[in-house]
Ligand binder design. Structure first.
Ligand SMILES: [Fe+2]
Length: 230
């Protein structure tokens, strides 16, 4: 199994080769790890999960929780936490930041919708299996399982998603006759992603979009849970 110590050692080795000027700048940041280091850690974590190296941490009987987000801490030390998250339909994180931590993720399976505040509006992007993203300090976003499309019994299915700021959220099944029925989450493939935070998360602030097109911070909570409490 690849250890965090081994992974972080290589990250530190790369830092030791950093020119003096860049090192002085780096020392002013909250962590010695760079976004590229976090991206690599999540990539390695995803590889290890897919290789079965963390099977002992996965839900018993291979049944992923369908009601709430699920997470397991894969690695931890003083500088970084690495988590595996299973996402459930219709449950967004709410708009939030990661306080003083940098973040990164790699999607293993399924897809995530990210709604990021760009200063004037929320912009959506879809991160599919294999995609990565990093989050600098000050990044404010809402994340949830992306819509899933499948064909079952010849009828088209669509799982709608939207952040709380956009109105209703939840999983729905639009059958060919126009009827809307809930989809049994247990029938859906898991949406999994590996996340890294450095320094390890200690707090998150939550936000709402005002009617004037600005962000308002609604609360700050102490938490070490990835993407907020489940
Ligand atoms: Fe986040």
């Amino acid at each position: 199994m690849r250890s965090s110590v081994l992974s972080l050692s290589s990250a530190r080795d790369s830092l030791s080769a950093t020119p003096p000027l860049e090192r002085s700048v780096a020392s002013a940041l909250p962590t010695r790890l760079r976004p590229a280091d976090l991206l690599r850690l999540t990539d390695e974590g995803a590889e290890d999960v897919l290789a079965g190296r963390y099977d002992h941490l996965l839900p018993a009987n291979g049944v992923w929780p369908s009601d709430e987000r699920w997470a397991a801490r894969l690695l931890t030390d003083d500088e970084v936490d690495v988590w595996l998250i299973s996402w459930t339909p219709g449950k967004s994180t709410e708009l939030h930041d990661h306080a003083g931590s940098l973040g990164a993720l790699t999607v293993l399976s399924g897809a995530l919708s990210e709604f990021r505040w760009n200063g004037t509006e929320l912009r959506r992007r879809v991160l599919s299996a294999g995609d990565q993203a990093s989050f600098p300090i000050g990044w404010v976003h809402d994340v949830m399982r992306a819509p899933a499309q499948s064909v079952s019994d010849g009828s088209a299915q669509f799982v709608a998603d939207s952040p709380a700021q956009f109105g209703a959220s939840g999983a729905a099944h639009f059958a060919t006759d126009g009827a809307v029925e809930p989809i049994d989450p247990a029938l859906l493939e898991p949406t999994l992603s590996v996340h890294a935070y450095s320094p390890p998360l200690t707090a998150m602030s939550y936000y709402e979009v005002t009617g004037h097109g600005t962000l308002r911070r609604t609360r700050t909570v102490l938490t070490d849970q990835p993407e907020g409490d489940m």
